[in-house]
Design a protein around this ligand. Structure first.
Ligand code: ADP
Ligand code: MG
Length: 244
């Protein structure tokens, strides 16, 4: 579903992602862990074209993500539509109701009718436990509720892949669980997911593979069982000893 080959990304003289290679099968849940500044966000952003690597190939669902060629902008847009992206900060449209947040893009981009989009939107709100918030405005919601709406909004675009960049890092501790529960349900539903997270409990429980990044490099790649019980690389050991 996702194939990264020799991905390199620099910001000026800073080599943020160094020769990253990765193969993600359909339905896999990959958790990306590593110290702050190790390139986790940059790697994730390269996957959906938010960052353009200076070398290497990103292949999504068998199709190369072509970010360099202006003529292929439409293709790129199509490719990117296969992926939902959930950030630390929710970026909901504040002047629209929760339901409107969920129906806008499906109507404008996917060409759904208002009725179809609303039916799907309500179904998704039910799924994330917020059926009663359809007519509320984002500002009246808690952080955990906003993030669940953000996830539902991504799902409304019917993505094949969901990318999460520290989706619970900005939340008060008591709200982390409700968001992780939604993500766990999504994981069991068969969605292909890549999750940058500091929630090691989530990684242990849900990940099919855990990737450890350090200074832009994938240093270790293992099942949660392996990496949490017996990390191989000394840097992984050191990192895990600090966060576990
Ligand atoms: P992480 O998500 O693991 O904390 P990032 O991918 O955000 O790491 O960053 C990796 C490195 O690249 C860091 O040193 C960061 O400062 C740098 N970086 C990230 N984005 C930019 C940018 N847009 N411009 C310049 N430097 C950046
Ligand atoms: Mg980051």
């Amino acid at each position: 579903m996702i194939k990264l080959e020799h991905i390199n990304k620099s910001f000026g003289s800073l080599h943020a992602v160094k020769d990253a290679n990765l193969n993600v099968e359909k339905g896999e849940i990959i958790c990306l862990i590593g110290p702050s500044g190790s390139g986790k966000s940059t790697l994730l952003r390269c996957i959906n074209g938010l960052e353009v690597p200076e070398s290497g190939t990103v292949t999504i669902d068998g199709q190369v993500l072509n970010t360099s060629d202006k003529k292929s902008a439409k293709e790129l847009q199509k490719q990117r539509a296969k992926m939902g992206f959930v950030f630390q900060h929710f970026n909901l449209f504040p002047h629209m109701t929760v339901l409107k947040n969920l129906t806008l893009a499906p109507v404008q981009v996917l060409g759904r009718t208002q009725e179809e989009a609303e039916a799907k939107g309500r179904e998704l709100l039910e799924r994330v436990g917020l059926a009663d918030k359809a007519d509320s405005y984002p500002n009246s919601l808690s952080g955990g509720q906003k993030q669940r709406v953000a996830i539902a909004r991504s799902l409304a675009m019917e993505p094949q892949i969901m990318l999460f960049d520290e989706p619970t890092s900005a939340l008060d501790p008591e709200m982390v669980g409700e968001v992780l529960d939604v993500m766990k349900e999504l994981a069991t539903s068969g969605m292909t997911m890549m999750v940058v997270t500091h929630e090691m409990g989530f990684a242990r429980e849900v990940a099919t593979r855990v990737i450890f990044l350090d200074e832009g490099q994938i240093l270790e790649e293992a099942t949660p069982e392996e990496i949490f019980k017996a990390p191989k690389h000394p840097r992984t050991k050191e990192f895990l000893s600090k966060v576990l």
